[in-house]
Design a binder for this molecule. Structure first.
Ligand code: LLP
Length: 451
């Protein structure tokens, strides 16, 4: 005979767990408001748009970005950096949606790109070529030619071989290429190993010891307009110390090059400023700006920064619907319609993102559950033991702070089409990337003619 526990419905079993006190709080552009139709309940809104109405209009899962949050993040960074007069070139890899890029361009941002595709997107979004910088460890000849031809601000050179290629290409094209040399300073950014780029064993940049000789060589090469140095030591950096160490090292290098009679007029400091995914605490833009000011004031160099995450992460959420509840020996799985292919950060970096119920009753008991997607991989779990109110199939959940490295990292694994992206601005919204149709995907796959 079945035990009484096993005869219970999944919903009942998932609800009977011990209540826990702490429920996650929503992040800035996302607010709970009373739901008049259900007195006592509250609903999650992005600016002036209620998420249940968006989910009615556009099937889940989808990304939803807040224009107000984008503007707020840009303004706060740009105000902090005003005293050091640094040009903000948004790292397009964090979010390459054309509407997001257009909005940031309207705020005053340039772009940091790492491929011909990103360069084309930035230009298409209306970012002027002279506000675009090109980083990346494996730029192809075609990509370099594209960048030189359209006259971008500068190419950050990653190796001696790339320097020679750029010289030949720019000479052939009859257009000089402005360049910086990207230094690898051998500094540990104290962040996740998979997003550390400034240590000696990483593939990025040119070892510091090689810089003086290469700098002198670059100055003598035809087609090259050498302007200075670039550096990017990693991402999601929360401590000030690695930045201070890196910027201090750059300053020393500038002085050493100048002592050798070499001209340095521009420094690109990369991106990397991290943020707290567990709370609404804003990123430490003031500490970051102070590190720049303390280390680089007085050098008389024009400065560029390449922030990605801090400008867009908070602005995005991934809306998903509960498909099924599945009791497990340890806890309960809440299976949702979004999966690791739509949002990779948890599977890739063990990242933790807040997950909010779209409808809630303040003060209601919450119980820990595991939020998982339908993809056939054990790593397709968005959270374990998360305190959430009782959930039913059909309920909506918002995965928070996914505006950076969210949609851009998606794949079509398990033949799941890429999900839409929506932009909210006040009380209006637009679908700024449509759901990929299966027909579209299949049309790119002609059968081999002999089959
Ligand atoms: N500049 C360069 C040369 C970069 O490689 C990167 C990021 C940035 C700027 C922007 O860094 P941010 O300000 O966003 O930290 N997918 C990972 C992050 C990879 C970062 C790669 N490079 C994640 O989801 O955490």
């Amino acid at each position: 005979m079945l035990s009484s526990r096993l005869r219970k419905t999944p919903a009942a079993m998932c609800q009977e767990r011990m209540p826990v006190a702490q429920e996650p709080m929503p992040s800035a552009p996302v607010r709970y408001r009373p739901a008049p139709a259900q007195p006592g309940d509250e609903t999650l809104w992005v600016e002036q748009v209620a998420l249940p109405s968006l989910a009615e209009a556009v099937a889940t899962p989808f990304y939803c970005y807040s224009s107000a949050a984008l503007r707020q993040a840009y303004d706060s960074l740009s105000r902090a950096l005003a005293p050091v007069d640094a040009q903000i070139c948004f790292a397009v890899k964090a979010n390459s949606n054309l509407s997001v890029l257009r909005m940031l361009a309207q705020c005053g941002a340039g772009a940091d790109v790492v491929s011909g595709g990103e360069l084309s997107r930035a230009l298409r979004a209306g970012i002027a070529a002279e506000r675009i910088v090109f980083s990346g460890v494996g730029k192809t000849r075609d990509e370099l030619a594209q960048a030189i031809s359209c006259g971008i601000a500068h190419i950050n050179v990653e190796s001696p071989a790339e320097l020679e290629t750029i010289s030949r290409l720019s000479t052939a094209l009859g257009r000089p290429a402005r360049i910086l040399l990207r230094v690898n300073p051998g500094i540990d950014a104290q962040t996740h190993a998979k997003i550390t780029t400034g240590t000696a064993e990483s593939k990025f940049g040119i070892p510091e010891a090689m810089i003086p000789a290469l700098y002198a060589r670059a100055q003598s090469l035809p087609g090259i307009r050498l302007q200075g140095l670039a550096m990017h030591i990693g991402s999601q950096i929360l401590a000030a110390a690695p930045f201070r160490q890196a910027f201090g090292r750059l300053a020393q290098l500038v002085r050493a090059l100048r002592m050798d009679g070499l001209a340095v007029s521009r420094l690109d400091l990369g991106g990397g400023l991290g943020m707290d995914y567990g709370s609404d605490t804003p990123p430490d833009v003031a500490g970051y700006a102070a590190a720049i000011a303390d280390c680089l004031t007085g050098l008389d160099c024009r400065l560029t920064v390449e922030p990605g995450r801090v400008l867009v992460a908070r602005a995005g959420l991934l809306l998903t619907r509960v498909v099924a509840l599945k009791p497990a020996p340890q806890g309960c799985f809440v299976i949702v319609d979004a999966a690791m292919n739509d949002f990779m950060r948890v599977a890739l970096y063990d990242a933790e993102h807040r997950i909010l119920p779209v409808r809630r009753r303040p003060g209601a008991a919450v119980a820990p559950c595991h939020i998982a997607g339908p993809v056939c991989e054990s790593s397709d779990v968005f959270a374990r033991n998360r305190p959430l109110p009782p959930l039913q199939p059909g309920d909506l959940l918002a995965i928070c702070d996914v505006g950076a490295y969210g949609a851009v990292l998606a794949s079509t694994y398990n033949a799941r089409p890429l999900v839409p992206e929506l932009l909210v601005d006040g009380g209006r919204y637009a679908v700024v990337r449509q759901r990929q149709s299966l027909e579209q995907a299949l049309s790119y796959e002609p059968l081999a003619p002999w089959l």
